[in-house]
Design a protein. Structure first.
Length: 288
């Protein structure tokens, strides 16, 4: 099933992200994570494009496992360091496996990387165009509620985002954020600028104090004073911090839904217990 259909048919959707292992001998462990997460019936599950130093086959294997568990898979695909032939190979494999959904991403620029003259893909919209030329896929894209780190300002950021949507992106998933007001402002500006595809709010449950520093580096997001106070109070106690992080993420989602945002994506960090606890906290709300 295509993610665009799921977003259009369901009043509320909650989806998960998982990532494949770095070594093949860990693949069964990640499959077990998928099996456990599937028990809470997410609307769909996305799988990131490998991990540092791994091959695309890892992503393919986990996408198949998601499908085998009765959940619609969304496969990430990055293009920055891929040739056109490699992209065609990976997309062909996804088509062969019956995967209908691709999250098209440029990928992070490695430190010291310079675009060679032979570089085919420099931007995500080029990947979107390439995928559309290969097959009938539902294509999603990423967006930043608090401005992409490489954009000069919000206006430029929205212009590039609209270019990507105009190329055929059918939905957007945000990077993580911890202040819902930042999301609401971004959402409103997107609508004003004619970006009318579904925008899925990406939520990262922070369950240990060290995780927040890495999260800020990845997403360029700000952290409210409220959350820093939570870390100050509970950060030294792993179980307390885990529970506080789950509650904070759940309250974020409830506030989003109360304000009409019905599509939520949880960055699970491959933790079925955390994802399950959030879903349990939303059970009556989701089924309202």
């Amino acid at each position: 099933m295509k993610v665009s259909q799921i977003l259009n048919e369901s009043r509320v959707t909650v989806s998960y992200e998982v990532f494949p292992p770095k070594q093949w001998d860990k693949i069964d462990g990640t499959k077990a994570v998928v099996q456990e997460m599937s028990k809470s019936h997410p609307s769909f599950m996305s799988v990131t494009y490998g991990a540092a130093g791994t091959k695309s086959g890892f992503t393919r294997e986990i996408a198949k496992e998601i499908s085998n568990n009765g959940i619609t898979p969304l496969s990430h695909l990055t293009c920055l360091t891929s040739t056109r032939d490699k992209i065609h190979q990976v997309v062909g494999e996804l088509k062969e496996d019956g995967v209908e959904n691709i999250l098209a991403l440029r990928g992070d620029i490695p430190q010291g990387f310079e675009f060679p003259d032979t570089q085919y893909f420099e931007h995500a919209y080029q990947l979107v165009n390439e995928i559309k030329s290969i097959g009938d896929f539902c294509i999603g894209g990423a967006c930043y509620p608090e401005i992409h780190p490489e954009s000069k300002n919000r206006v430029e950021d929205i212009e590039y985002l609209k270019q990507k949507v105009d190329c055929g992106v059918e939905f957007l998933t945000t990077q993580m954020f911890f202040d819902n007001d930042k999301f609401f402002n971004f959402y409103e500006m997107c609508r004003i600028k004619g970006i009318n595809v579904p925008i899925i709010a990406g939520i990262m449950p922070i369950t240990n104090a060290n995780q927040i520093r890495h999260s800020i580096e990845l997403s360029n997001c700000s952290v409210p004073d409220k959350f820093y106070r939570i870390m100050d109070r509970f950060g030294d106690n792993p179980e307390s911090m885990k529970q506080a992080g789950i509650v904070y993420a759940t309250e974020q989602i409830i506030d989003l839904m109360a304000n009409g945002i019905n599509n939520i994506h949880i960055y699970t960090m491959n933790k079925p217990d955390v994802a399950g606890a959030i879903m349990n906290g939303l059970s009556a709300i989701i089924n309202e």
